[in-house]
Each structure stands twice: as structure tokens, then as C-alpha cells.
Design a protein. Structure first.
Ligand code: SAM
Length: 238
């Protein structure tokens, strides 16, 4: 029996940033959420270049949250004339929003017209909040969003897929330690295709150690906005 699902509660910091009372951390800053997703996750994984002229490309994300990373990736894929034939985006989320809170948080934070235009399509297709796998298809099934409502710690070891890019987007490691453990990175390594890349906004020491332990090589690069550094890299087991 899967654990009963506890949905996310929507809350906002005084500056308007959507915030999780459960984890005591923000989902995204209220300014530049799309630019942050473009910089940290797309550019951090060499996208759009890496998906160009390929039959398909698969992203695996830890923490779907508001789906800003998904919407930003989908918008970039749509805008790219050399895009892959198909885009698969797989994301694991332990505490999903309900559709109306998804709409609310998008309205409060998305500051890019092409990304905002996709928000209602996602919200209209949003599944019931039941644990397990929900497959959503868009753009004549060329884009597939596999939403897995459950705990990444128990879900990732059960998956069968080949990932080209990992988006590591849990809350800050100090507040959400279970998404940054050596065991979790080992699960990701098992799901990596040859040449798989990752990126994450954090450069915390325990994340660097867990990445190395699981066979990922990392590089520290300048972070987005006020963040001094973030990590990008590849799965390169010895
Ligand atoms: C920073 S937010 C993600 C933001 C998101 N990627 C976006 O683009 O809007 C982190 C997310 O990780 C989820 N999370 C935390 N622990 C988790 C776990 N063990 N398994 C799956 N999701 C988890 C939280 O519920 C939260 O939605």
C-alpha cells in the first residue's frame, strides 16, 4: 500500500515568493523564476543544444513543485527548430499542489509570456492527487510529462528509464536532507544514460560528497542571482 498523499499547502512570503510551511523554504523567488530555471537547469544541462536533432530526450527531476522547470523546458523545446522529436519529462513529487493552487502560484510568479501561456494547459490536465504514476501528453504526444506522486527515496529505485539530464531541485539540503543523500544519487546513477548530465542550484558540501560517491563528476560554476555557486556535471562512473 502506498503512503497516503499529503498535498502541498500554498503560502507566500511577504515579498510574494511561494513558500512551503512544511519545509520552511521557498519554491522559487518571486522575481526571475523562469530566468532561474533557464540558467540553472537548461543551461546547466547544455540545453537546448543537447536535445537537438535527436529522436528523443529524457529529463528526470527531483521535486516537481510548481512545475516552473517543466514549463520552462517545454517552452524552450517548442521554440527550438532543431528540437528532438520527443521530450520526456519525468518528475517525482511527494507533496503535489492541487490544480487551483498551481494556477495561483503560477499567476504570482511566472514573468515570461511563452511560459505563462503553457500554465493553463498544465493545470487543465493536472491529475487527481492520488499516489503513483500519472502520464500527461501534450503537443500531439510529442511531449510527455510523467508525474510520480510519491517519495523519491522509495520511488526512484523502482523506475526503469534512461535519463539524459537530471534536474536536482529539492528544497535546500539542510531543510530537505532526504533528497540529497548518497543513496538517492546512487538511484539516479542507475537511471543515467551514457553522457547524462545534472545540474542543481546548490553547492553544499554534503551534495558534492554524495555526487562523487555515486559516480557523478561535478564542476562548481557561478550561481543564479545572489547565489555565488551552483553545481553542474556528468555521470562518469569509474
Ligand atoms: C524547490 S521545490 C521544486 C520546485 C520545482 N522544481 C519547480 O520548478 O517549481 C522542491 C520540491 O521537492 C519536493 N520534495 C521534497 N522532498 C521530496 C521527496 N522525498 N520526494 C519527492 N519530492 C520531494 C517538495 O514537495 C517540493 O515541491
Amino acid at each position: 500500500m502506498p503512503e497516503p498523499l499529503i498535498p502541498a499547502t500554498v503560502a507566500f512570503r511577504p515579498n510574494g515568493s511561494p513558500y512551503s510551511p512544511l519545509y520552511g523554504d521557498i519554491y522559487h523567488s518571486v522575481v526571475g523564476s523562469v530566468a532561474q530555471a533557464q540558467y540553472v537547469f537548461l543551461q546547466g544541462n547544455g540545453l537546448p543544444e543537447r536535445w537537438q536533432r535527436r529522436p528523443d530526450f529524457t529529463v528526470l527531476e527531483t521535486g516537481f513543485g510548481m512545475g516552473i522547470n517543466f514549463l520552462t523546458t517545454w517552452a524552450a523545446w517548442r521554440a527550438d527548430p532543431s528540437r528532438s522529436d520527443r521530450l520526456h519529462f519525468v518528475s517525482v513529487e511527494k507533496h503535489p499542489f492541487c490544480a487551483s493552487d498551481l494556477r495561483l502560484t503560477h499567476a504570482a510568479t511566472i514573468d515570461d509570456a511563452a511560459v505563462a501561456a503553457l500554465s493553463p494547459t498544465l493545470a487543465d490536465a493536472w491529475p487527481d492527487l492520488t499516489p503513483g504514476i500519472h502520464t500527461l501528453a501534450f503537443d500531439d504526444t510529442r511531449v510527455t510529462l510523467t508525474l510520480i506522486f510519491g517519495d523519491a527515496v522509495s520511488v526512484l529505485p523502482t523506475l526503469q528509464l534512461r535519463t539524459d539530464a537530471f534536474y536536482l531541485d529539492g528544497f535546500a539540503p539542510a531543510r530537505n536532507p532526504e533528497l540529497w543523500t548518497p543513496a538517492l544519487f546512487e538511484s539516479l546513477g542507475r537511471l543515467a544514460s551514457e553522457g547524462a548530465t545534472f545540474s542543481t542550484y546548490t553547492s553544499a558540501g554534503e551534495v558534492k560528497r554524495a555526487l562523487l560517491h555515486a559516480g557523478f563528476e561535478y564542476k562548481k560554476v557561478p550561481g543564479f542571482g545572489w547565489k555565488r555557486a551552483m553545481l553542474i556535471g556528468q555521470y562518469l562512473p569509474q
